[in-house]
Design a binder for this molecule. Structure first.
Ligand code: FE2
Ligand code: FE2
Length: 297
């Protein structure tokens, strides 16, 4: 359970310890949050394969501690960028789609709470950092050119929990839900916890929609290549709505697909926004989408 493992950091749910799912590995978790990033690398008796034993957050520690909130978000994006530029582009694009999708959902009275700049900002930054845990895992996994062997799948799936550990070290408890649960599915087939239905927090489900849409749009090194908006819509109509996320979200998502789905800062395929630019854009997009939920920039 994270509450215990992370030394009292708040988390919405009881979560079985990571160590239960890695035979022979036992996590050592010290008191200090800053040491926690190291903690998940340190196992007693077993070294996990494909794990990086140092982390960018350690390198940026002093700068991070002195940074204002936006600079903190930018530094975490920088850490993702330095780890793997594709993970970085995936992250900021996911954040953008999450914001746009949440704005469209907010048109329904059921989700009117989403139509607040602060919430759309949070979803943007949550999307930007939802895969933060990937920075703990070697690029041998992320750049693997074909379907992952079983051993890599096990390690890959740890990124959701590793992400919470990095977020805890970074003092960002408001992002835990989006990071920990963005691979959970309504029908219980997701990971890491196999949560079901309403157990899965709203924001995590929004990030999941954006994550899947980005993967379909942008392609992955180990997956499919770029698709058109029509193809994204068609792919997501197969066993996604109602099985992985709420069925009633299919229509608002179709509305999103009516506009331009690419991230405005990387749309031309050549630009490469800096982390500061990406954070600034996330904040501006939140303001804009509150007044115009249909805006596609
Ligand atoms: Fe993920
Ligand atoms: Fe992702």
């Amino acid at each position: 359970m994270y509450h215990r493992e992370l030394g009292g950091a708040e988390c919405a749910r009881d979560i079985p310890p990571l160590s239960e799912r890695i035979a022979g590995a036992r996590l050592w978790v010290p008191e200090s949050h800053w040491d926690m990033v190291c903690a998940c690398f340190l196992t007693q008796g077993t070294e996990l394969p494909y794990i990086n034993y140092s982390h960018g957050l350690q390198e940026y520690r002093k700068e991070y501690e002195e940074a204002d909130p936006d600079k903190k978000f930018a530094l975490l994006l920088e850490i993702q960028l330095q780890h793997n530029s594709w993970i970085y582009l995936h992250a900021i694009h996911t954040g953008y789609i999450a914001q746009r999708f949440a704005a469209l959902l907010s048109l329904s009275s059921e989700y009117s709470e989403l139509r607040i700049p602060k919430i759309l900002r949070l979803l943007g930054h949550g999307g930007n950092l939802h895969d933060l845990g990937k920075t703990i895992i070697s690029n041998k996994v992320w750049d693997y050119p074909s379907r992952h062997p079983e051993e890599m799948v096990t390690i890959r799936k740890l990124h959701a929990e590793f992400g919470v550990m990095v977020a805890a070290a970074a003092g960002l408890s408001e992002l835990y839900d989006m990071i920990a649960y963005h691979h959970e599915s309504l029908d219980g087939s997701g990971y890491p916890f196999g949560m079901r239905g309403n157990e899965i927090p709203l924001y995590a489900q929004i990030i999941k929609v954006a994550d899947v849409a980005q993967a379909l749009h942008g392609g992955r090194p180990y997956g499919n290549s770029r698709r058109t908006t029509q193809e994204i819509g068609a792919a997501m109509r197969i066993n996604f709505w109602g099985r992985e996320v709420r069925e009633s979200w299919a229509n608002p998502f179709e509305e999103l697909l009516q506009g331009n789905v690419g991230h405005p800062l990387i749309r031309d395929g050549n630009a490469f926004p800096t982390p500061d630019q990406a954070v600034q854009f996330t904040n501006l997009a939140a303001e804009e989408l509150v007044t115009n939920p249909y805006c596609d920039f």
